[in-house]
Design a protein around this ligand. Structure first.
Ligand SMILES: [Cu+2]
Length: 69
């Protein structure tokens, strides 16, 4: 299933990669695609990621998690 979240603060492809790598490291996911222009992060996973943990992981990477979209 695909889950889409709003993530703010990404400016470029490196930022997208930071977010993607952080999410991949913290969760068991099929794929992660972040988009700095749309300010979103799409996570493909069997189970919905825990939002609190996701917020922590994204904040630790230096970006702002703004919930499900
Ligand atoms: Cu960047």
């Amino acid at each position: 299933m695909k889950f889409t979240y709003e993530v703010n603060g990404m400016m470029c492809h490196m930022c997208e990669k930071h977010v993607e790598d952080a999410v991949k490291e913290a969760f068991d996911v099929k794929s992660v695609k972040a988009d700095n222009k749309k300010n979103c992060c799409v996570i493909d996973a069997e189970n919905e990621p825990d939002a609190a943990k996701l917020e922590e992981v994204i904040k630790a990477a230096g970006y702002t998690f703004a919930g499900a979209r």
